[in-house]
Design a protein around this ligand. Structure first.
Ligand code: ACO
Length: 327
């Protein structure tokens, strides 16, 4: 019998500071009612100045390792999905490796924006399925608040900070990760981007004055694409392993907007009662959102052994990624 990959531990961490819609009403021209009805968000967590992506990642990882009863010395691979690493290099994965006391194993970051966690799961799955590694730690961690323009009501109401992590180990074929579907469309990359800070526009006084180090989002255009892409990726991943939407016990999409999640579920034929959302508490935490939701759903007893779970993400790039898991 072949090998597959099981999630044997989950963890998450969000910063203490809560920023409510009422707080935002005092910062920009918006209202609690607009934010709730258009996005489903009530509040989000925000890091303090000193906290970086690796700080959140380490806490989420330690929780996942504890749940899996696996010691850091047993890890063979660490992948961190983030758009906001502590710095360009060393990678956040290397910082995490050191801080949790893992051995000198493979550790790297993966850049696929909000789809980064699902992409990282798919990559780690290859190593485990093929017998290269036994134990992998996959983390999604973001501090989007640091690249949010807090005077731009179009974006600042959407974002939040947090991290989620999973520990992966081999299992028998037919269990754990059953299939995935990854994709990208670079042509539509302009819809969501962080223009400056890379080699195209290194940081200068001018880039800072023009606000180019903040997230730029063409929200309503992305909205329609997101619904279509989520539904299609989910359907493809399900059909790849011979399943359909009626088999899905829990649908955990990227938490970008409750209306996107609901429309994607409807389009894919998944009842809304099977949709898991915590966007009301955390907003859009990019690569962390599915990992946080998965951990929360598991800890709240929403996932039982044998359940079919569909993770489904889209994000900057554009990128998308769906993954079917038999728990
Ligand atoms: N408060 C009050 N009014 C607002 C706000 C706000 N915070 N933001 C926008 N508006 C206004 C707009 O200015 C516009 O006014 P106008 O009609 O006078 O021009 C009006 O509300 C409607 O704007 P739309 O953009 O059409 O509103 P929409 O219903 O599309 O909601 C939103 C906007 C929430 C951004 C939605 O389009 C969305 O969620 N898009 C997808 C976002 C997404 O994909 N995120 C994931 C990627 S981002 C990431 O993950 C890091």
């Amino acid at each position: 019998m072949g090998r597959s990959t099981a999630i044997v531990g989950t963890g998450s961490f969000v910063p203490e500071k809560v920023l409510t819609n009422l707080d935002l009403e005092k910062m920009v021209d918006t209202s609690d009612e607009w934010i709730r009805t258009r996005t489903g968000i009530r509040e989000r967590r925000i890091v303090d100045e000193k906290t970086a992506a690796s700080d959140l990642a380490v806490k989420a990882a330690q929780q996942a390792l504890e749940q899996a009863r696996i010691s850091p010395s047993e890890i063979d691979l660490i992948i961190v999905a983030t758009v906001m690493p502590d710095m360009s290099f060393p990678s956040t994965a290397c910082l995490v490796q050191d801080r949790i006391g893992a051995k000198k194993i493979a550790a790297f970051d993966l850049s696929a924006a909000c789809s980064g966690f699902v992409h990282s799961l798919a990559v780690a799955h290859q190593f485990i399925k093929n017998g290269v590694y036994e134990t992998a730690l996959v983390i999604g961690t973001e501090t989007l608040s640091k690249i949010t323009d807090w005077t731009d009501r179009n974006t600042c109401v959407l974002m939040g900070d947090g991290a989620g992590a999973v520990v992966l180990r081999p299992t028998d074929e037919g269990r754990g990760i059953l299939s995935f579907c990854l994709g990208a469309d670079g042509k539509a990359g302009d819809l969501l981007k962080l223009p400056a800070g890379g080699s195209r526009l290194p940081a200068t006084h001018e880039t800072i004055d023009k606000g180019l180090h903040y997230i730029k989002l063409r929200g309503s255009e992305l909205f329609k694409i997101a619904v279509r892409v989520l539904a299609k990726a989910g359907e493809e991943a399900l059909s790849q392993c011979g399943l359909s939407s009626k088999d899905v016990c829990l649908f955990i999409p990227h938490q970008a907007n409750i209306r996107i999640m609901q429309a994607a579920a409807e389009k894919a034929g998944i009842p809304l009662s099977r949709l898991y959302s915590n966007i009301d508490k955390y907003g859009n935490t990019s690569a962390a959102s599915i990992a946080i939701a998965l951990d929360e759903a598991y800890r709240r007893g929403k996932i039982k052994e044998g359940d079919i779970i569909l993770l489904d993400a889209f994000g900057g790039g554009l990128t998308w990624g769906a993954c079917v898991i038999r728990w």
